[in-house]
Design a protein around this ligand. Structure first.
Ligand code: UN1
Length: 517
């Protein structure tokens, strides 16, 4: 029994969320197909075993696909606003369970409890958004070139949507996908990260309860568990028209190729290498808050985490000193304890990558100004706690070009105009999030222009992380080009059909072609 888990109410949370010692797919018994070997979920907070989960075999997967397909046939016949009503109820359940679910996210993944709650809030928000959307799945109408004809387009569901999600947002990213897919009339099969399988089980239970209360099949939401080999069952499966995958660029390239080989659609949200440009007109106080939260929030394990600060030479020392001073105030430790700012990394492999990055930046000629290091004292027994580090570096360094999923921030100096900073900001392979700190309208607008930031997200006087669900979320270049969550991201979960109706007694052909019999 873990002392932290009992002191912070984790065992009560697990009970409320229906997590057992060994978990299968679902609580309701209608979707219990996982019969493979068990994987264990250890908390990075204190290294304790939380519970085990059975993985999905190929045979199990076939059964899951069978229930999903059967559920789809029923679900797609429901009017979209009625599907929205189910999503509304799901959002209400999340409101009730926000605290236990937020705690599980914090304990299983290692992010602060505040951020765990924030993640559940993102789920609630996307449900609200999806409910409204369920009455707005609009297509256009067009004027036909032929008399007595009507032309319009409508959106139909795709079918079974596959979702592969990462450990760092173990519940929210699934919800962004699933809430939209559900109102669109799709059913989902979800493979959560094998590093956070209990978050997946908890969400499945919550969804299953709602479906059961409404006499709907649980197959509307399906869960499969295991490593990438389980994900491959979906990427190679032509019965899955869309695979939405969040994770590393390496993983995304494999998924994209497998899905493209069968001409399926993929929605990719992959790595970022996000920068904040700090111009001579930046507000230093805002810059420090944005940069520090961006770099150390979630221990630097967001795809939107701030990795690079591109600072004008006239501001460089001022900004550097203010940031270093802020880093000295950071409290690292148990993320369930709200006095701490930074929790652990996900596992010791992530710690290895962190150490490698620090070593490499020095080897390439960088200068560590906040040294970082692994914490080994009492209270850090899991071996996953590291100190956030800062290095002065250059953009062309290999390590700076690479996304290290850890709290390592690179400071890069620029001189001259904002164009130079934008060129540095764009000078990486990834294109997720970007920001500029400035009170100068010209600089801000240049940054936002077509020749400005090349990222999917470009912010002014806000950091790179913490996007709201109402906007389309995702990025360009090696980030994969997908858009999830708000705006019109719903369209990717549907197929568009163009309909032309002739209400005359003639059959004129388009383009004026004559074909008389
Ligand atoms: C991610 O890290 O995969 O913008 C998602 C943010 C969060 C989502 C991050 N709303 O930081």
């Amino acid at each position: 029994m873990s002392k932290i888990a009992s002191d912070f109410g984790i065992y009560d949370a697990l009970k409320v969320l229906g997590i057992k010692e060994i978990n299968e797919g679902s609580s309701t018994g209608t979707n219990n197909f996982s019969s493979g070997e068990t994987i264990a979920s250890f908390s990075p907070v204190d290294g304790s075993l939380i519970a085990k989960v059975k993985t999905t075999t190929k045979e199990d997967y076939e059964q899951v696909m069978g229930t999903a397909t059967a559920a789809y046939k029923e679900w797609r016949t429901k009017p979209a606003p009625q599907r929205g009503e189910i999503v509304r109820q799901f959002g209400d359940k999340l409101r009730e369970l926000k605290e236990p679910l937020g705690k599980l996210v914090s304990y299983e993944m290692g992010k602060s409890y505040q951020e765990g709650l924030g993640e559940v809030q993102e789920m609630i928000d996307i449900c609200d958004f999806a409910v409204g959307l369920s009455r707005q799945l609009h297509g256009l109408t067009m004027h036909s070139e032929r008399p007595g004809h009507r032309m319009y387009e409508q959106y139909h569901p795709l079918g079974v949507v596959g979702i592969i999600s990462a450990f760092n947002f173990p519940v929210a990213v699934w919800a962004w996908n699933t809430a939209l897919a559900w109102i669109c009339g799709d059913v989902c099969i979800w493979k959560p990260s094998e590093k956070t399988p209990l978050c997946g089980i908890a969400c499945q239970h919550i969804a299953a309860t709602v479906f059961k209360e409404n006499n709907l099949p649980e197959g509307i939401s399906c869960l499969i568990n295991g490593d990438y080999t389980v994900g491959e069952l979906m990427t190679g499966d032509a019965r899955i028209p869309l695979v939405s995958a969040t994770g590393s660029i390496r993983m995304g390239k494999i998924v994209a190729q497998a899905v493209a080989a069968r001409l399926g659609k993929s929605l990719l949200e992959l790595g970022g290498n996000n920068a904040i440009i700090v111009t001579p007109d930046a507000d230093i106080k805002m810059t420090v808050i944005g940069a520090v939260f961006g770099a150390v929030g979630t221990a630097g394990q967001r795809c939107t985490s701030t990795r690079r600060l591109i600072i004008h030479e006239s501001m460089y020392d001022k900004v550097k000193n203010a940031i270093v001073a802020a880093y000295n105030q950071l409290r690292i430790g148990n993320p369930l304890d709200e006095n701490n700012h930074v929790g652990p990394l996900i596992d010791t492999d992530a710690v290895l990558q962190y150490n490698k990055a620090l070593q490499q930046v020095v080897n390439e000629g960088g200068n560590l100004i906040v040294e970082g290091g692994v914490l080994e004292e009492q209270g850090y027994e899991s071996g996953c706690y590291v100190r956030p580090a800062i290095a002065e570096a250059e953009n062309h360094f290999k390590i700076v070009q690479h996304e290290t999923f850890a709290p390592v921030l690179y400071l890069i100096k620029y001189s001259g105009d904002v164009e130079n900073a934008i060129a540095i900001q764009n000078g990486v392979l990834q294109g997720l999030s970007s920001a500029i700190m400035t009170n100068n309208l010209r600089e801000a607008e240049q940054f936002l222009s077509a020749w400005g930031s090349d990222c999917g997200i470009a912010n002014v006087n806000i950091g790179t992380s913490g996007a709201e669900i109402g906007g389309a979320f995702g990025g360009e270049k090696e980030t994969g080009g997908g858009r999830e969550s708000g705006s019109d991201a719903w369209k990717v979960y549907m197929r568009r059909q163009t309909n032309t109706i002739n209400y005359t007694t003639e059959l004129p052909l388009a383009q004026g072609i004559k074909f008389d019999l």
